[in-house]
Design a binder for this molecule. Structure first.
Ligand code: SF4
Ligand code: FES
Length: 257
């Protein structure tokens, strides 16, 4: 329900058939959008309208719609996840916009995230980085030690937890002028590096994950910090510094072997 406060908006939406297609912006009008609806609900309304007109709906990624899964990758008015800090696109509400606004909606743009269709990009590079080292090997012989039996300083546990809140959305890559994945990879390295359970494989992990990151075609970090600003989970640049230290010390270990 919207009524008198409903928003009439012009949407400039990126349409691209596949990764070979050049793609272009298309203009659509939506009317009487409730300020209480979420951005993705507004996109649903647009798609219903397009289907009724016999046109193809806009492809966009989404799953949980509550800031957990990291799927809703949209560049809105030149910002990853749109205006507002600490939120994903699915947590963005239309009350952030004004009646009569024109909203530009684009996919993440990075060589390592090719467009699959419209606003959907292929982020499987992140999965391959995780497969290269984003795990701990657990002894499942029946003698597994209860994780809670290992004392961990509260400060370390808190930092590891903060790093683990990364949802793999890719906004850090999309916001970086070099399309660097350092914030993502450093969060995944840090969540293990800070805990005793992650130490046995720490050197191998950081080496393998960084190698995979480079192979995927992500750019280098030049410390501009846009990733930290746009990250919906507030992942700190401190993690990049930690990953660099881990990488350096593991490189020395490699030379010693
Ligand atoms: S570091 Fe932040 S922006 Fe990057 S993938 Fe994780 S949650 Fe998304
Ligand atoms: S749809 Fe899951 S984080 Fe937005």
């Amino acid at each position: 329900m919207s009524g008198a406060n409903g928003l009439n908006l012009t949407l400039k939406v990126w349409r691209q058939k596949n990764d070979k297609d050049k793609g272009q912006m298309e203009t659509y009008q939506v009317a009487d959008i409730s300020p209480d609806s979420s951005f993705l609900e507004m996109m649903d309304i647009l798609n219903e309208q397009l289907i009724e007109e016999g046109k193809e709906p806009v492809a966009f990624d989404h799953d949980c719609r509550e800031g957990i899964c990291g799927m809703c990758s949209m560049y809105i008015n030149g910002e990853a996840h749109g205006p507002g800090r600490g939120i994903t696109t699915c947590q963005l509400h239309m009350r952030e916009f004004n009646n009569g606004d024109t909203i530009y909606i684009e996919p993440w743009r990075a060589k390592a995230f090719p467009v699959i269709k419209d606003l959907v990009v292929d982020r499987s590079g992140f999965d391959r980085i995780m497969a290269a080292g984003g795990f701990v090997s657990v002894n499942t012989s029946g003698n597994t030690q209860d994780a809670n039996a290992i004392p961990i300083p509260k400060a370390d546990a808190d930092k590891a937890f903060d790093a683990a809140t990364c949802i793999g959305c890719g906004a850090c890559v999309a916001s970086c002028k070099n399309a660097s994945a350092m914030l993502f990879v450093s969060a995944k390295v840090s969540q293990f590096a800070l805990l005793p359970q992650g130490r046995p494989e720490a050197a191998e992990r950081v080496q393998n994950m960084v190698k995979q990151m480079d192979e995927e075609g992500f750019g280098n970090c030049s410390n501009t910090g846009a990733c930290e600003v746009e990250c919906p989970k507030g992942i700190s640049l401190e993690n990049i510094a930690r990953m660099n230290r881990e990488y350096l010390s593991s490189s020395f270990k490699k030379e010693e072997v």
